[in-house]
Design a protein around this ligand. Structure first.
Ligand SMILES: Nc1nc2c(c(=O)[nH]1)N[C@H]1C(S)=C(S)[C@@H](COP(=O)(O)O)O[C@H]1N2
Ligand SMILES: [Mo]
Length: 409
């Protein structure tokens, strides 16, 4: 019933103290001024916020694939965010051409003919070296999974909570879903033979940063932890880790090491940059020493430009919802700043650790509005309220529903 909430009510809502943050104004500039202003002034302020131009687009020279401006927002040298609105409304799979790229250095060009994967360390019986042909000849499985950067949504710490965090200001597009074909990491570890003390497995890359991220043995042996060599039915492209990458399902994207060159098995946890300084939660609300990030969170996103412009009338909007531990149970949408929610339709596939598409019929009334989605997975895990979203220095794991600004003309 609140879909038809009048513009007057909407403005009143924006003006009421404390609701500013929910409605998309950052707490910094919302309630105090809004409460003191007549509705017309409030409207002008909100409009100015909604139509602010996107941050200046920077090139991403370290990336090999084309980055059309309609598909990607370039975020620095080696990073490109997917515009979720550039994807077909009912398709769960992100085409490889549209898949976000996040790399700590330029994409290396590796030659499959000379590439080797070495499995070694105190935790294995004997070191093993595999060529590309040997790896791809091992039995492979194909699964559908999302990969999402730990920093996806980082921009919202600043935009929604007025609490900026360090790093690239991704909104929701450091996320993509693909089918991944690869050899279970367990298969390769068993070839080398695990010694009784083996407890940690660290994939190490061949890129200039020698990027590496350890995981406990148990996670490395999971059915859906793979050494991937194909993405969406094609050989893995250079930007996504050719000739082989790791897929660590449901975990922060950083665990899915690209351009894999070695796997080191040890008895104790290796202390490296990615589990002591980055990909850990730092800040007053978090334990010390910091705990390395593992599992991502249930989230949802509206697949529209930020901000969006829609013609007035009945419009079907769409989005994504995903969970690191199962299927999505339901998605709800609010058009009144989070006061009330209505069910959205789940569309097409709904896959564990991959997610689903959703659609929602919107009555678009001329003016400015905010659409907010929230998801719950089959375990009952949902998204935290904005007020419960804990800040951390590096802006990881932002999972609260956010009001997506839409200007209706
Ligand atoms: N070798 C290597 N692997 C890497 C990275 C990297 O910089 N180097 N970035 C990680 C991070 S932070 C993320 S979010 C994902 C991104 O994967 P994609 O570029 O295929 O989307 O790769 C991970 N694997
Ligand atoms: Mo990431």
């Amino acid at each position: 019933m609140h879909a038809q909430r009048s513009r007057r009510e909407f403005l009143a809502l924006l003006g009421s103290a404390g609701v500013g943050a929910l409605a998309g104004c950052s707490p910094r500039d919302a309630p105090a001024e809004a409460a003191a202003s007549p509705p017309a002034k409030v409207a002008a302020k909100v409009v100015a916020k909604v139509v602010a131009p996107p941050p200046q687009l920077l090139a991403s020279p370290g990336i090999v694939k084309p980055l059309p401006a309609g598909v990607f927002i370039a975020r620095g040298d080696n990073n490109a965010e997917t515009r979720l609105e550039s994807l077909a409304q009912d398709a769960l799979i992100t085409p490889t051409s549209h898949f976000y790229v996040r790399s700590h250095g330029p994409t290396p060009r590796l030659d499959a003919a000379t590439w080797r994967l070495e499995i070694s360390g105190e935790g294995v019986e004997r070191p093993v070296t595999l060529t590309y042909d040997e790896l791809t000849a091992l039995p492979s499985v194909t699964i559908t999974r999302f990969i999402e950067c730990a920093g996806n949504g980082r921009a919202f710490y600043e935009e929604q909570l007025a609490a900026p965090a360090e790093g690239d200001p991704w909104r929701h597009g450091a996320f993509g879903v693909a089918t991944w074909t690869g050899v279970p990491l367990a298969t390769v570890l068993r070839r080398a033979g695990l010694r009784p003390g083996a407890a940690w497995v660290m994939p190490v890359s061949l890129d200039s940063a020698r990027f590496a991220r350890p995981m406990p043995l148990e996670k490395s042996l999971a059915d859906d932890t793979l050494i991937v060599h194909r993405m969406n039915g094609e050989p893995l492209p250079p930007d996504h880790g050719f000739p082989a990458r790791v897929l660590v399902s449901g975990w922060v994207g950083a665990a899915s090491v690209k351009w894999l060159g070695a796997i080191e098995v040890s008895n104790s946890e290796p202390k490296v940059e990615t589990n002591t300084e980055s990909y850990v939660m730092l800040g007053p609300d978090h334990p010390k020493p910091p705990v390395p990030l593992t599992t991502l969170r249930v989230k949802s996103a509206v697949a529209l430009p930020w901000p969006a412009t829609l013609p007035a009338g009945k419009r079907t909007i769409s989005g994504f919802a995903w969970s690191p531990s199962g299927k999505i149970a339901r998605v709800e949408v609010s058009v009144d700043g989070g006061l009330t929610f209505q069910p959205a339709r789940l569309v097409g596939d709904n896959l564990p650790l991959a997610g689903t598409r959703w659609q929602f019929d919107l009555e678009a009334v001329p003016g400015d509005m905010f659409v907010m989605s929230r998801a719950v997975d089959e375990r009952g895990d949902g998204q935290p309220a904005l007020a419960e979203q804990k800040w951390n220095e590096k802006g990881y794991l932002f999972a609260a529903p956010v009001p997506h600004p839409i200007r209706v003309t």
